[in-house]
Ligand binder design. Structure first.
Ligand code: NAD
Length: 325
């Protein structure tokens, strides 16, 4: 992997999006509808449009990508430009990483979640036999271009999922600026860049996800349980917010934080418009219930569970949670 690509200056924020002058394009099919003039030009590059769905983030779609590359005679020195949210970025980047053992890759994230999270840090993957991101690798893009006007066509519910991951980062670092999660407004461009660079900086410190990068999983252990128990009815970002709330409960119970920190931490969460259905679902589950589900999720029912937990206001650490809790 090109670890030197994990540098904050690999992220470019642009006011005008210029069309690439060579290589191939893979784009989320929805972008052709919203940005026809940009993608459908007479002298345009060969472009493969793909639908963004978790169900098609798999080997069948990967085969379509490899066939496109083969037909277009893609060489290792050629660049593939990928435009899309986290699904298309993950799927197509994995195709680029594995075709001829890796070609040149540039990402143009088009959702808030991809701008501040999925396109940053080099992880790419496809789902396999119902397991998310089961087959994948680390293959950072040589450049990530953030063009915020893409967000103007994003549905408010999708915008909220991106804000959820930003709020998660807000809890991990005291350095990050306050975010407004109360409505579907688009965050300012400088804040998008700030959060994207924050993630890149953590990934640069821990490219293979063995230490500090794991703190980015804050809220995810319980979040994944909620997603799974709801049959994936709940969106990922929303589930992570509910997971953060449960993690704060657990920290209080374990004495890792006091009631003052608990209260402060909840203040930021309370403005997030969590769907009532998730709130209701969460209120029916006890912490031991969720923990036992989480152990099954990780297939380690007998041993301690490693979790990212608050140990102060906007401070987290990785702790072993005993199976007897
Ligand atoms: P997504 O890619 O499904 O996009 C959400 C929806 O928005 C889709 O319907 C898509 O077609 C549409 N869309 C995309 N751009 C648009 C635009 N500009 N205007 C209008 N509609 C647009 O979802 P996502 O939330 O961006 O990504 C979720 C995926 O990201 C998951 O598969 C997850 O596993 C992955 N992910 C990866 C990482 C990583 O580090 N690699 C991190 C977080 C999440």
């Amino acid at each position: 992997m090109h670890e030197h690509y994990l540098e904050p200056d690999r992220i470019r924020l642009v006011e005008n999006l210029s069309y690439p002058d060579s290589g191939l394009i893979i784009a989320d099919a929805i972008l052709k509808q919203h940005y026809r003039d940009f993608f459908e030009r007479n002298d345009g590059l060969p472009t493969l449009y793909m639908p963004a769905s978790e169900k098609s983030k798999n080997h069948r779609s990967l085969a379509i990508i490899y066939t496109f590359f083969t037909k277009q005679n893609l060489k290792r020195s050629d660049t593939v430009h990928i435009y899309g949210g986290g699904i298309i970025c993950d799927l197509a980047a994995y195709g680029v990483a594995t075709f001829k053992r890796g070609c040149r890759l540039k990402l143009y994230p088009t959702t808030l979640l991809a701008m501040v999270d999925a396109a940053i840090g080099g992880k790419c993957a496809v789902n396999y036999q119902g397991f998310k991101n089961q087959i994948g690798t680390f293959y950072p893009a040589e450049e990530i271009t953030i063009y915020p006007p893409f967000l103007q066509t994003l549905k408010p519910i999708e915008l909220r999922q991106g804000k959820a991951e930003m709020l998660k980062c807000f809890y991990i670092s005291e350095q990050l600026s306050d975010i407004d999660t109360s409505d579907s407004s688009i965050p300012g461009v400088s804040q998008i860049l700030e959060y994207a660079k924050f993630k890149m900086d953590i990934c640069a410190q821990d490219p293979h996800d063995q230490g500090i990068r794991r703190t980015l999983n804050f809220g995810h252990t319980f979040g994944h349980v909620l997603e799974r128990l709801s049959g994936y009815r709940f969106k990922h970002g929303d589930s992570v917010i509910a997971g953060i709330s449960a993690a704060i409960d657990l920290s209080l119970k374990l004495g890792l934080i006091d009631s003052e920190v608990d209260e402060l931490s909840r203040k930021n969460l309370s403005s997030y418009p969590l769907p009532a259905a998730i709130d209701r679902f969460l209120s029916k589950l006890s912490i031991p219930d969720i923990l036992s589900e989480a152990r099954q999720d990780k297939k380690n029912s007998g041993s301690a569970l490693k979790m990212v937990l608050p140990i102060g206001y906007r401070k987290v650490a990785i702790r072993d949670v005993s199976p007897t809790l």
